[in-house]
Design a protein around this ligand. Structure first.
Ligand SMILES: [Zn+2]
Ligand SMILES: [Zn+2]
Length: 407
């Protein structure tokens, strides 16, 4: 892997929109796809890797803040905490500041998102030391830092490729970017010169009914505060746990149920499941046949719509029809009660070869047919139209998984 940033890999600006990133990825993926360009495999991997992160807003924000490792980004990301306090002004103001937010995942249940919830969380945050007002010691005893000559940063060259170097400023470790140091004996007794202290805080997080998985709840100014700066925002990213009964699709809920053949033909009224409030739902369907694969769409039993409180999505109940076991023999009376067949029985029977079959399960059929579809895929030419069709799935090539094996 090269040391290029994901933005450089995709040849986009760091301010690029999601659409721009997607477009850039498609263009490059097309150019370097191993099927089209045997030399492109490494490049394609790198492009896909970059796209995986930048196409996901949360991962992109984390990358912008911490870089690829998830640790502190070693790039030109500096803390200008004392800017303004010392007045002199740093000569590199145009460098990007880190985003003013801390992202924390917050585990929630589907019930929480359905009903809404208030949660109180105890946490610790870092704030300027009140004893020294965030200075770390007396101002009068501060000395210019020797290793960086008081600049707060050290110039170096970063290798970007063969023979390519980019001048780079690294934060001076001796003074942590301040340009000033305080002799040990004059350091603040409370914070030992670190300028900050840890404070216990309780925050209240409000989840509104209908909020979605991955949605952010932002608490303005409740994050860490560096001396001389405003406090960062605390951002919680909702992370919904999988639910035993329901899968949420937008504002709709999808669940599954089983009915007998008699119920599919003659109707039913039966408690099949509990809703998200825990109340039993008497699912009723009295008229009309339910056919294999049909889904019962139950109006207004889905999730609350966040934008229109009181209004709800639908419950989509996938009904599996349980047919009688193979040993069961229908009585002749049943045949006469079912709708008469319109298919002529033996019009063409004369001279035809008689064949019989063994019923195989849908699973067995799927296994047999998926093998032959794999070999068909392998021989297909991957032209540009096909690439369009598969679109984003191509990202998975970076893990060496062909798309036809995805289930
Ligand atoms: Zn220094
Ligand atoms: Zn202090």
């Amino acid at each position: 892997m090269s040391s290029r940033s994901y933005y450089e890999v995709l040849e986009v600006e760091t301010s690029a929109t999601e659409a721009e990133i997607k477009r850039a990825y498609r263009t490059l993926a097309m150019k370097f796809h191993p099927d089209k360009n045997p030399e492109g495999a490494e490049m394609f991997k790198e492009i896909s890797h970059a796209y995986e992160t930048l196409s996901d807003p949360q991962r992109r924000a984390a990358y912008d803040q911490y870089g690829e490792s998830g640790g502190r980004y070693e790039g030109p990301d500096m803390d200008f905490g004392f800017e303004g306090m010392f007045g002199s002004g740093h000569p590199h103001r145009d460098m990007p500041r880190k985003p003013r937010a801390e992202l924390h995942p917050l585990s929630v249940t589907l019930e929480d998102l359905f009903r809404g919830k208030k949660m109180r969380l105890k946490l610790e945050r870092s704030i300027p030391c009140s004893h020294c007002k965030g200075l770390g010691g007396k101002r009068s005893v501060m000395k210019s830092c020797t290793p960086c000559s008081g600049l707060g940063y050290i110039n170096s060259l970063r290798q970007m490729g063969p023979g390519m170097f980019l001048p780079q400023k690294a934060v001076c470790q001796s003074c942590k970017g301040l340009g000033k140091v305080i002799p040990e004996k004059h350091r603040c007794k409370k914070c030992k010169g670190s300028r900050v202290k840890t404070e216990a805080d309780t925050v209240e997080i409000k989840i509104d009914p209908g909020m979605s998985d991955r949605q952010k709840v932002i608490l303005k100014g409740k994050g860490d505060q560096a001396p001389g700066e405003e406090a960062q925002d605390l951002v919680f990213v909702l992370d919904q746990k999988a639910h035993a009964t329901f899968v949420r699709i937008g504002d709709d809920l999808v669940a599954e149920g089983e009915i007998d053949l008699a119920e599919a033909l003659c109707g039913f009224s039966r408690v099949m499941l509990n809703d998200l409030k825990g109340n039993p739902l008497l699912v009723t369907h009295q008229t009309g046949v339910i056919r294999p694969g049909e889904v019962l769409c139950i109006h207004n039993e889905g999730m609350p719509r966040a934008k229109r409180p009181g209004d709800r999505g639908d419950l989509l109940l996938k009904l599996h029809i349980k047919f009688p076991e193979s040993g069961w023999t229908p009585s002749p009376a049943l045949r006469s009660m079912l709708p008469a067949t319109k298919r002529p029985a033996d019009k063409d029977a004369e001279g035809a070869e008689m064949v019989t079959g063994r019923p195989i399960s849908a699973n067995e059929f799927a296994m047999r047919t998926s093998q032959s579809s794999q070999s068909r895929h392998a021989h297909a030419d991957r032209d540009e139209d096909m690439f369009e069709d598969y679109g984003d799935d191509y990202a998975d090539y970076s893990h060496g998984v062909p798309e036809c094996q995805q289930q």
